[in-house]
Design a protein around this ligand. Structure first.
Ligand SMILES: [Zn+2]
Length: 157
């Protein structure tokens, strides 16, 4: 457990730096396919029940860069419209709990205004902390990598 806490804190620090990197100069996270890929991981797409730690952490770190509006309707337990303060792109944010001990959040674009500028996203999606839940996608979709490999991916180094 302590081991996980150390890994979690390390990842949290890294993703904080990644957000600073995405927002340097005139750019914003909406322009980075790898950011978009990870915040958009949604277990429903894989007919499975899990969360990705990196998804939740990245959404948490990027939140201050968005205007948030609560939506009355939607398919999730919590539905919000997130608008990028910089490029005004719109996203839907959803949070749901699926089963005992599994809850996940997801952020996906509705209207993108910014021009793509980051490195391409790849598959399988490489994660360091990875997944937690009851059922998982195949390793062809999402895979575990070491910290340095994840750092290279998310920081585009
Ligand atoms: Zn933006």
């Amino acid at each position: 457990m302590e081991d996980f806490q150390i890994k979690y804190n390390k990842t949290s620090q890294l993703l904080k730096k990644a957000i600073v990197y995405y927002y340097h100069g005139n750019s914003c996270a909406c322009q980075y396919p790898r950011f978009m890929q990870i915040v958009g991981i949604n277990c429903i797409h894989y007919k499975a029940s899990f969360k990705a730690w990196e998804t939740t952490l990245l959404i948490e770190k990027v939140k201050p860069y968005f205007e948030i509006e609560t939506l009355k309707n939607g398919s999730e337990n919590t539905n919000e419209k997130w608008t990028c303060r910089k490029c005004k792109s719109q996203f839907n944010y959803g949070w749901s709990d699926f089963s005992i001990a599994v809850e996940r959040d997801v952020l996906f674009p509705i209207k993108l205004n910014a021009k793509e500028k980051g490195e391409k996203a790849i598959k399988p999606i490489p994660l360091y902390l990875g997944l937690y839940g009851h059922s998982y996608p195949s390793k062809k979709e999402i895979t575990n990598v070491n910290f340095d490999a994840f750092k290279t991916y998310i920081m585009e180094k």
